[in-house]
Design a protein around this ligand. Structure first.
Ligand code: GAL
Length: 633
């Protein structure tokens, strides 16, 4: 698959006379894709039924005439004002019951049937008109599901849909009462119509009720997306994708992705470091202008799985953004580094967000490739450099990694509902495992929990999985490599009760969890030989062989054959040491990378990325700050 670059463009923001020059400049720069349309509903249909496609016809023709391929977005993330007059109850309500009003974007509830029909209709008319347009080469459905905390809605529409969903899942209230344990606190129901959404209760709602609501909300996103996909497919053979986000876990991306052809995500490394990542002040200062060295890689690898091998970056930060608490500029070189890093992880296409900075409205302080007056912004030179380098570097392909990390959305919801310790967070746990792997120089595949075949991997990690699904249990039974599960893996039933007997229930592993404890910041469980557990510790008993111990002599890691179980959450350094040890057992040679350097192997090349703010010397070569180098394998 040939790599390509593109950009996000808003023809409706600029005078039509500007379009040909913009298109020509994009093409001259070496871009081949342009995404348009995803927020343009008020211009496509200024009043109900008054469809105005003439301007979009011309915009697509102008862009296409310059040789650009268009990704056409459905505009459903921004319903126009008249939609609200038609459906006053279409707004999502937050957990306090307040409406999330018109005046920005994503002001809709996924469960509102009238709005869903309106989305189906606008997707259909767009697909009818542009489905065979030679320049429309891909579709984007909606924009960033879940952005601005919009997956969960407590509206009347959501409540009605939730009751239906429960009736289908449980068939009878007796079955639901049993599954949820509603005998506790006299919470039993005798009709599905009595069941409310789990909010505004005096104290905690039942965790099973909360998990059901999260599952339901995720299914609503899947259904909403599927409705538009079905319309587009009737009229177009072009691939359909969605642009997911960083660290948004409140719907099952694998399930949405199953209906799409390609996954894409929106990468804002500097914004994410400041507002979406737990890290100490020194780390945030060191990577202030580069972003966290693992945040991008994690999502690249995750969305490669969501896209079943096919994925893009739909929006790449090219300069300061507007939405984080502070918005520093990228270190010179970082735009190039982020671009090559995405390609090294297998991205087919990377689009920058956005072409020209808008001098008006909410994102006027957000950089583009051009300034608000159309002058080149600093990122331009780096994009030009990447274009030149792409011509010189043949396609490298994505190699299957030797290491897998299982990441599960249901577990994210489970631990959100019942963290047990205020800072127990599934993403954070999976990310700390990923960081340990990447610090050892390993290329990683992220795997969905239903993975039924682990053969081909030498090392697989499955931290924090709420349940071990039967297919994974089976795969682990046959697995020839090393698997590290835990902490907390396999500890619950599918309905969020404690799995009995308490323990991970892994094949051949005789271990019982006698007690779990969560640890506040500053508290730790020191390990013999160095290292520590933080956040979480499980007291284990049983006959499984003990591989590591706490200073007190309690099991910290146990094993049966190649299956290992970790009874706590290691801090970063301890996790790194554990991974090095397991690599040796798995026949993998870990690398000793300088701080901030990451490595990714493709089918033909090894790429080195220096996220550090200073040059580093490694393997006989010096990599400048924010530098990228590659060697043939
Ligand atoms: C993304 C979004 C874009 C734009 C961008 C700003 O989350 O998809 O429309 O708002 O952020 O960084």
């Amino acid at each position: 698959m040939k790599r390509a670059l593109g950009v996000c463009y808003y023809p409706e923001h600029w005078p039509e006379a500007q379009w040909p020059e913009d298109a020509a400049r994009m093409a001259a720069l070496g871009l081949s894709w342009v995404r348009i349309g995803e927020f343009a509903w008020s211009r496509l249909e200024p009043a109900p039924g008054d469809l105005r496609f003439d301007w979009l016809d011309r915009a697509i023709a102008v862009l296409g005439a310059s040789g650009l391929r268009v990704v056409l977005g459905t505009p459903t993330a921004t319903p126009p004002r008249w939609m609200l007059d038609r459906y006053p109850d279409m707004l999502a309500l937050d957990a306090d019951g307040r409406a999330r009003k018109f005046g920005s974007r994503r002001h809709y509830c996924f469960s509102h049937d009238g709005y869903r029909d309106a989305c189906r209709r606008i997707a259909r008319v767009l697909a009818e008109r542009y489905g065979t347009n030679p320049h429309v080469a891909a579709w984007q459905v909606d924009n960033e599901y879940g952005c601005h905390d919009t997956t969960h809605s407590y509206s009347a529409a959501a409540r009605a849909a939730f009751r239906d969903w429960l009736a289908q899942r449980y068939q009878s209230t007796q079955a639901l009462n049993r599954a949820w344990g509603n005998v506790f606190w006299s919470m039993e129901y005798d009709s599905f119509d009595q069941i409310d959404l789990p909010h505004l209760t005096v104290t905690d709602p039942n965790p099973a009720h909360q998990l059901a609501f999260r599952r339901f909300s995720s299914d609503q996103v899947v259904g909403f997306n599927r409705a538009q996909v079905a319309e587009i497919r009737k009229h177009s053979a072009a691939p359909i994708l969605h642009n997911y986000m960083g660290r948004v876990t409140d719907f099952d991306h694998y399930a949405v992705g199953a209906d799409l052809d390609i996954a894409s995500w929106d990468s804002y490394p500097i914004g994410f470091l400041s507002d979406r990542l737990e890290a100490d002040a020194a780390h945030k200062a060191r990577f202030l202008r580069q972003g966290d060295p693992d945040m991008q890689g994690f999502h690249h690898d995750l969305y490669r799985a969501v896209g079943r091998g096919r994925w893009w970056i739909m929006e790449q930060q090219p300069g300061p953004v507007n939405w984080a608490p502070y918005n520093p500029a990228p270190l010179p070189g970082m735009v190039r580094l982020w671009t090559w890093e995405a390609f090294a992880h297998g991205a087919e296409t990377l689009c920058y967000f956005r072409w020209r900075q808008a001098p008006f409205a909410q994102e006027q302080m957000h950089a583009g490739l051009l300034g608000p007056d159309g002058a080149d912004a600093p990122a331009m030179a780096e994009v030009a450099q990447v274009v030149a380098e792409m011509a010189a570097l043949p396609d490298a392909g994505t190699a299957r990694a030797r290491v897998g990390l299982i990441f599960d959305y249901t577990s994210c919801w489970a631990w959100e509902v019942q963290p047990q310790g205020a800072d127990f967070d599934m993403f954070r746990l999976a990310f700390s495992a990923y960081r340990a792997l990447r610090r050892a120089g390993l290329s990683v595949d992220i795997l969905p929990p239903e993975t039924g075949d682990l053969s081909g991997y030498d090392l697989v990690l499955g931290p924090g999985l709420m349940t071990i699904p039967p297919s994974l249990q089976q795969a682990l039974t046959q697995f020839q490599g090393i698997a590290l599960m835990g902490p907390r893996s396999g500890s619950k039933t599918d309905e969020m009760s404690i799995a009995l007997p308490p323990g991970p229930g892994l094949p051949g592993l005789d271990a019982r969890v006698d007690l779990v404890e969560s640890l506040p910041p500053g508290a730790e469980v020191p390990l013999k030989g160095g290292g520590r557990f933080v956040h979480w510790f499980e007291h284990l008993s049983g006959q499984a062989r003990v591989v590591r111990e706490t200073v007190q002599g309690a099991p910290a890691m146990v094993r049966a054959g190649g299956i290992y179980y970790l009874s706590g959450w290691p801090d970063d350094q301890t996790f790194a040491d554990i991974i090095r040890d397991l690599c040796t057992r798995a026949g993998i040679d870990p690398l000793d990378l300088p701080d901030g350097v990451r490595v990714r192997d493709t089918g033909t090349h090894r790429f080195y990325f220096n996220y550090a703010p200073d040059p580093v010397t490694f393997g006989g070569q010096t990599i400048p700050a924010a530098g990228v180098v590659w060697t043939e394998l």
